[in-house]
Design a protein around this ligand. Structure first.
Ligand code: UD1
Ligand code: MG
Length: 450
């Protein structure tokens, strides 16, 4: 909203015990991004938009994630978990800076959108002291109920404290609120603990606003946007909603997705024009797919850049740090890790390329393995442009195959091969008694009658 500054406080100090996990609740992921990350991504950005995240004690991991997603985020620790209003006051120093709008959101509602934050701010501009995000719950049990008179919000009643008549109300508190900055602190500091749980309820702000002769109102949204995550089942539901959203956005942007319900995307996946994705493709975080690329069925891609008109799969595994050049082809049962494939490279069948740079137009035959790990360290394989690596070759890294070099099938390459050279298989024959005899002896022993 032009001209108005904001502070968004995201509450993330909850314990999340119902997740039954050693990972803090807000660090669980939906579409390969943490719940907290989704909320922070939707919160107002840019000049005049400050951000504060309230974390529990000893939750450096949550603070680190906040700063990873939004380096501008300030973090505050809530030392004791005494309720949502108490959590907000952990960020009192940030509130005291006096932004025009104070927004409060929960770190466990990952489906919230940037537009909703903006809608919530609109009534503040028109003079309201508080706006609360509401939704019609299919099952309101457990939520705070929004009690309205005309267009005014008069109270929020927590489920535990509600009368039977109040429990019949299906308009519920989503947990996202917007306060006019100039009165916010005076309101929140008046909140006490006279409720059945003895906690400082942020929801009590509504009645305080009214007692001060100020106005509070409700902005409604759909239930799907404000689902809070408390259990693994709810996490899976949110994943399904987010996947449906991401697929629709991709389809709307012109991506051909043959069987959308079988394709899994990440919140940060980017597509060029005329991309095609076949059935049962899983795309993890950090993937970009450029114009005209085709991802064939049953491929799995994480932290990789797929170039223009490249072809991946079917059944390919593209791991972090891989970059596939224009028109390059990665075929079935190929695994690539930290592999740079320049334009037109072909790695068509049954191959592992790891910690590898492959020059333009090189052809890597079926069954080629870059032996990048010697049991202690990882080493690089460099393959020059236009090189030909015959089937079933092992390239023992560190090793360099020259430009235009030709590797005969079945070779084990342990030394660098110069440009345009031919290297053929290593066929070492030993006449000494060894494995052959041991194997025969073993078989003979097994054949002895019992
Ligand atoms: C809250 C609302 C309820 C609303 C519901 C929506 C209050 C009093 N109640 O209830 O009206 O319908 O959310 O999901 O606000 N948190 C802290 N520190 C605390 C307490 C909570 O950081 O001391 C954080 C939690 O991590 C969570 C959020 O605040 O992100 C909400 O807390 P939670 O305990 O889930 O509140 P609800 O009982 O669900
Ligand atoms: Mg909750």
């Amino acid at each position: 909203m032009t001209g108005r500054t904001s502070l968004t406080i995201v509450l993330a100090a909850g314990e999340g015990t119902r997740m039954r996990s050693s990972t803090p609740k807000v660090l669980h992921q939906v579409a390969s991004q943490s719940l907290l990350g989704h909320v922070l991504a939707a919160a107002p950005h840019g000049a005049g938009s400050a951000l504060a995240v309230v974390v529990g004690p000893d939750r450096q991991d949550v603070a680190d994630e906040a700063r990873r997603v939004r380096p501008d985020a300030a973090t505050f620790i809530q030392h004791e978990r005494l309720g949502t209003a108490h959590a907000v006051l952990a960020a009192k120093d940030a509130i005291a800076k006096g932004a025009d709008d104070l927004l409060i959101a929960f770190g466990d509602t990952p489906l919230i959108s940037a537009e909703t934050f903006e809608r919530l701010r609109a009534p503040l501009k028109a003079g309201a002291a508080l706006t609360v995000l509401g939704f019609r719950a299919a099952d309101p049990t457990g939520y705070g109920r929004l009690l309205v008179e005309g267009d005014q919000l008069v109270a929020i009643r927590e489920h535990a404290d509600a009368t039977a008549a109040e429990r019949a109300v299906d308009l519920c508190n989503a947990g996202v609120m917007a306060f006019a900055g100039k009165t916010a602190l005076a309101i929140i500091e008046q909140i006490g603990t006279s409720n059945s749980k003895g906690e400082y309820y942020l929801t009590d702000a509504v009645e305080i606003v009214r007692s001060m002769g100020l106005r509070a109102s409700v902005i409604e949204t759909g239930e799907d946007e404000v689902r809070g995550i408390n259990t693994k089942a709810q996490l899976a539901e949110a994943e399904a909603i987010m996947q449906a959203r991401l697929r629709k956005a991709a389809l709307d942007a012109g991506v051909t997705i043959v069987a959308p319900e079988t394709v899994h995307l990440a919140a940060d996946t980017t597509f060029g024009n005329d991309v095609t994705i076949e059935q049962y493709v899983v795309i993890g975080p950090g993937v970009s797919i450029a114009d005209g690329a085709v991802i064939h069925a049953f491929s799995h891609i994480v932290q990789a850049a797929i170039g223009k008109k490249a072809s991946i799969g079917p059944y390919a595994r593209i791991r972090p740090g891989t970059s596939v050049g224009e028109g390059a082809r990665i075929g079935n049962f190929v695994e690539a890790k930290a592999a740079i494939l320049e334009a037109g490279v072909k790695v068509n069948h049954l191959t592992y390329v790891g910690d590898t740079h492959i020059g333009a137009g090189a052809n890597i035959g079926a069954g080629t393995i870059t032996c990048n790990y010697d049991g202690f360290n990882k080493h690089k394989t460099i393959i020059g442009a236009g090189a030909f690596v015959g089937s079933n070759s092992s390239l023992v890294a560190p090793v360099k195959i020259g430009t235009g070099a030709y590797i005969g099938s079945g070779s084990v390459i342990t030394r660098d091969v110069p440009d345009d050279a031919l290297a053929v298989e290593r066929n070492e024959v030993s006449t000494k008694e060894g494995w052959g005899k041991r194997f025969r002896d073993k078989n003979a022993a097994n054949k002895k009658p019992k």
